[in-house]
Design a protein around this ligand. Structure first.
Ligand code: UDX
Length: 437
């Protein structure tokens, strides 16, 4: 089938590449000429395991194309998938201007009946508006342009795997023809398909993400209580995980969820509920707990230290989770901002996210402190007075407790990801603090 994907971010590009991998003829549309050139040469603008390999293979097979020329791209495809961003606005609502732009371009250029599929996470009811908006701007009024919802559930760092082996495909349609077409597009994936109406599909996406965010906040809440009460969250989580009703995933306490989805989607659903006069108290609680959890590690350390001024602080891990260079809503940002404000001299390490971090915090003096970067963990730890761990990269997991003791001026570590065994750290002579134990 002839497919077009609008937007080449995490959602759009991965979808486009995977559709091509499954045999469809795919054109990815983006506004950025340089990005298009890069992708044509098989280079991915985002860091995702296995993505470039698939891009190269499908580029070479002639199934995958990239263009800025939306006018030709939107002319005659069977379906157009919209995967552009819906960034959060200051009041927590989603900014739909990128979607609107794409819809207008489609309406003005489409020359044959076509299904427009919204993959971006959008407030419930948006697809109804999108359909109306396209109808309003449609140049060739005789055409039948339908809109369907097909939310994306991939996680960053495992995006290709999550798309090719998704637990389910959610399709939200208002007609049998639209459902049939989407089923055909997904047929080669051989995955379970759950069909429903558009609003339910839009809601399913929020319900999933907010439930997972809630699960994490719940574990962080319990972890904080564990600390005060003398229990160990890791043991508690293990005990919980055997109950199939609870499940074994997303029980990891830490420094709160970050990334492009959970923070945005919890606030967006809270906002939507508020708009219709309903208080979504569970989601509000998840948001509140997370806001405090993100900087809990800094405050824990500041209770122990008189001051951070001119202390060498080793920071291990910057990305919001391993496997990505994405820093959106990363807890490292909040903690580092506080440390710099309090005069710390930071040496930060991250295997892939350092360059992105430098754009936010350029090397040198920031506020009362300084920040520099190294690609050697040992270099960060050398002569440090205190170490913070913000991401559970495998490179950081591999550090031996003795290394903290040998390299640091004072072997004092605050681990926001519970990656070390407190007993082993103690035995190695490291003063070690983590979350919920
Ligand atoms: C998430 C959803 O998993 C995905 O289905 C959706 O489409 C987009 O949002 P992503 O943000 O890429 O994906 O990452 P995920 O692995 O879910 O982690 C999100 C955050 O939660 C990270 O900051 C992670 O560190 C944190 N987390 C996750 C925990 O603190 N504890 C856990 O047990 C799991």
């Amino acid at each position: 089938m002839k497919l077009v994907v609008a937007g080449t971010g995490y959602v759009g590009l991965v979808a486009g590449v995977c559709f091509a991998e499954k045999g469809h003829d795919v054109t990815c549309v983006d506004v950025d000429e340089n990005k298009v050139k890069l992708m044509e040469s098989g280079v991915s603008p985002i860091y995702e395991d296995g993505l470039e390999e698939l891009m190269k293979r499908n580029n070479a097979a002639g199934r995958l194309h990239y263009t800025t020329d939306y006018k030709s791209a939107y002319k005659d495809p069977d379906a157009i998938f919209i995967g552009v961003g819906t960034p959060e606005q200051p009041d927590g609502s989603a900014n739909l201007s990128y979607i609107a732009t794409v819809c207008r371009q489609i309406a003005e250029n489409v020359e044959k009946d076509c299904l427009v599929v919204v993959k971006s996470t959008v407030p419930v009811g948006t697809n109804d508006h999108v359909e109306q908006f396209i109808k309003d701007f449609l140049v060739r009024k005789e055409l039948h342009i339908e809109v369907a919802s097909n939310p994306e559930f991939l996680a960053q760092g495992s995006a290709v795997h999550d798309t090719l082996h998704a637990a389910r495909i959610i399709i939200g349609t208002e007609s049998e023809e639209a459902e049939k077409l989407l089923r055909e597009i997904y047929e080669p994936f051989q995955l379970p398909i759950v069909a429903m109406n558009r609003r339910s599909a839009e809601m399913t996406k929020y319900a999933c993400n907010d439930f997972l965010a809630l699960k994490i906040s719940y574990m962080n809440d319990i972890a904080n209580l564990c600390e005060k009460i003398g229990a160990n969250i890791e043991d508690v989580a293990k005990g919980m995980s055997y109950d199939a009703r609870i499940g074994a995933n997303f029980l990891k306490a830490g420094i709160g969820y970050g990334g492009s989805c959970f923070p945005k989607d919890t606030k967006a659903l809270k906002f939507q509920a508020h708009k219709v006069g309903y208080r979504l108290r569970t989601v509000e609680a998840a948001v509140d707990v997370n806001a405090d959890q993100k900087t809990a590690l800094f405050y824990k350390a500041s209770n122990r230290m008189i001051s951070f001024e001119h202390l060498k602080v080793a920071v291990l891990g910057l990305a919001f989770k391993p496997g990505t260079d994405d820093l959106r809503e990363a807890p490292s940002i909040d903690n580092i901002a506080l440390l710099l404000k309090n005069g710390a001299d930071i040496v930060a390490y991250d295997p892939v996210a350092m360059n992105n971090f430098k754009k936010k915090f350029p090397e040198g003096v920031v506020e009362k402190g300084t920040i520099s970067y190294t690609n050697q963990i040992e270099e960060a730890l050398k002569d440090a007075n205190i170490c913070f761990i913000f991401t559970e990269w495998k490179e950081i997991r591999k550090v031996k407790p003795e290394t903290f003791k040998q390299l640091m001026r004072t072997p004092l570590a605050y681990d926001g990801r519970n990656i070390f065994d407190p007993e082993k750290m103690k035995a190695a002579g490291v003063e070690y603090y983590s979350i919920g134990r």
